[in-house]
Design a protein around this ligand. Structure first.
Ligand code: NAD
Length: 233
């Protein structure tokens, strides 16, 4: 159905993977979708910006305000991944994880808050990771930043209620360029460790995002949803 008819949405990281699938899904459900990513792209409502840059976010807010007084949906999917031990992380590499994965969503919400508040019934979906629920090896910067995003999501759910709902999702391994599942061997290794016996598809994460963005989730804020084939179970 078209649950999101008449709504306006902004999706970050919208040129790839989960963000792209989310933007497509929201659009299919009737929303008008702004697609933000690092590099400029052809097409309507494409925005080039770095989510870790507050002044860039302020320009994004201006741009959206020029077209519409309200923003109903914000999906924070832009993120970076990388492995590394404590010894391998420089202060700069730590900072980059925090700046993009943790601070990015908060800066976006900060810049867009007047538009979100004015919508009256806005929904923010932050894309964390199973790595913010359990641990995995050699991912200090990534894990730290995603646990930070989890905390920020709860803090903002409390702070921005009742006008804005804020929820956080925790994908498991999803078949996107970031996951880089390029060998059949790795694919079957993941399938074996996953209760549902396969890797996830970006569209399956997008379906959960669309639910949380919609009025079907009208009493859901501060919640945490895994979309991981049961791997965190
Ligand atoms: P992806 O690499 O396919 O897409 C990420 C997009 O974000 C890219 O288009 C990239 O250009 C953009 N981006 C990166 N840094 C940015 C910045 N500073 N400003 C604006 N855009 C930026 O990755 P994906 O798998 O679709 O990941 C989306 C989100 O899901 C990420 O936050 C990631 O951590 C999370 N996640 C992914 C998986 C997985 O298995 N793929 C699992 C758990 C969580």
């Amino acid at each position: 159905g078209r649950r999101l008819e008449g709504r306006t949405a902004l999706v970050t990281g919208a040129l790839s993977g989960i963000g792209q699938a989310a933007a497509d899904r929201l659009e299919a459900e009737g929303a008008r979708v702004f697609r933000l990513d690092l590099s400029p792209a052809e097409g309507e409502r494409r925005i080039a910006a770095d989510v870790s840059d507050l002044s860039a976010w302020r320009q994004v807010a201006e741009l959206i305000r020029a077209e519409t007084p309200t923003l109903d949906i914000l999906v924070n999917s832009a993120g970076i991944f990388g492995l590394g031990s404590l010894a391998e992380h420089s202060a700069e590499s730590f900072y980059r994880f925090f700046a993009v994965n943790q601070l990015g969503p908060a800066l976006g919400i900060k810049a867009l808050l007047p538009l979100l508040r004015r919508a009256g019934n806005a929904s923010v979906v932050n894309v964390a990771s199973g790595a913010a629920l359990f641990g995995f090896d050699n991912a200090l910067g990534y894990m730290s930043s995603k646990w930070g995003l989890r905390g920020a999501s709860r803090a903002l759910a409390r702070e921005l209620a009742p006008e804005v709902r804020v929820n956080c999702i925790f994908p498991g391994l999803i078949d996107t360029p970031m996951a880089g599942i390029n060998s059949a061997e790795r694919q079957s290794d993941i399938a074996e460790r996953t209760p549902l016996k396969r890797i996830g598809r970006p569209e399956e994460v997008a379906a959960a995002i669309a639910f949380l963005a919609s009025d079907d989730a009208s009493y859901i804020t501060g919640s945490e949803l895994t979309i991981d084939g049961g791997i965190c179970a």
